[in-house]
Design a protein around this ligand. Structure first.
Ligand code: FES
Length: 306
């Protein structure tokens, strides 16, 4: 069944664009123009995800998020906002939002954030299953690091960095373990993990490819590059190839807009990307990489057989 999403924004244009993008991805989307209308909808229906603006008359986004946290705490929340102050975003993160999308948003950014927010829901259900996959020695080392940082101010980010070095990624149960050890709520830990692109909730391959979907890169054609990478590696954003060689991530700005469109592999930045150039770059990290899509491979196979 398609995931159900409620979009809350006092600008009809923002609602229509979100609806267009998300419906094309197969989601069941509804939009409302105020926080008050959203409350009424949420009281009567179940949604998997709420995408909400912050600045709205009467019931603003923060009030809506606070209300949701009390009445429907399991609903995932993503904020869509124009020019948020640091304080407002900090407050929203503390209330447990999963992520935020700056306005105006590109379709690719909205799709990516939505997909990740919905996946977080799945991860939560599978938390205990993944626990068995982590060797006990890793967990002991992680507990030692948490103990070392306990009661030190600003310890969360360094502990998460160390945890990612130890375990390789930050699945929900590791986040909960860290939160418990540092006396920080799981929602706050999760907000920080979702906020910073260098943290990952899934295991990564030998090489991590980050493709920038920020505005400068988007207008210069990164979408075609991303599609080519996805087709040739046969994975989606957030996934790792079957041979565990490459992981693919989408980020919102790599701070190299002058080189747009940009992708980064591990620590190396590549600018002025085209689909063809991206294939050459990936080939440098894996000589066996051909750049062929599944369809091209099937055609080659067919020609061989003929
Ligand atoms: S928008 Fe791509 S590097 Fe800034």
């Amino acid at each position: 069944m398609a995931a159900k999403i409620l979009v809350v924004d006092d600008e009809i244009i923002a609602i229509r664009s979100a609806e267009r993008v998300l419906r094309s991805e197969g989601y069941d989307v509804e939009g409302v123009l105020s926080g008050r209308e959203a409350m009424l909808k949420l009281e009567q229906n179940n949604y998997d995800l709420v995408l909400t603006d912050l600045k709205m008359p009467e019931v603003d986004g923060i009030t809506l998020i606070r209300w949701l946290r009390n009445v429907k705490p399991s609903i995932r929340i993503v904020v869509i906002t124009g020019y948020p102050s640091q304080e407002t975003i900090k407050e929203a993160l503390e209330l447990g939002i999963i992520d935020y999308v700056p306005k105006p948003f590109t379709p690719a950014v909205l799709s990516d954030v939505t997909q990740r927010a919905l996946e977080w829901r799945k991860c939560g259900c599978e938390a205990e299953k993944s626990k068995e996959e982590i060797p006990p020695a890793m967990l002991s080392e992680l507990d030692r690091v948490v103990k070392e940082y306990k009661n030190k101010p600003g310890s969360l980010i360094p502990v998460l960095q160390r945890a990612q070095e130890i375990v390789g990624y930050l699945p929900p149960f590791i986040q909960k373990r860290i939160g418990k050890g540092l006396n920080i709520s799981p929602a706050e830990v999760h907000s920080v993990v979702s906020f910073y692109s260098f943290f990952t909730m899934k295991p990564r391959g030998d090489h991590n490819i980050r493709v920038c979907l920020g505005t400068a890169c988007y207008v210069r054609g990164i979408e075609g590059v991303l599609e080519k990478i996805k087709d040739s590696l046969k994975i989606n954003i957030g996934d790792t190839t079957e041979n565990k060689k490459f992981s693919l991530e989408a980020v919102r700005c790599l701070g190299a807009c002058g080189l747009a469109p940009v992708m980064v592999v591990d620590q190396d930045t590549y600018g002025a990307m085209t689909p063809k150039k991206a294939m050459e770059v990936i080939g440098q990290y894996d000589p066996s990489f051909t750049g062929a899509t599944a369809k091209e491979e099937a055609e080659r196979q067919l020609n061989k057989e003929v």
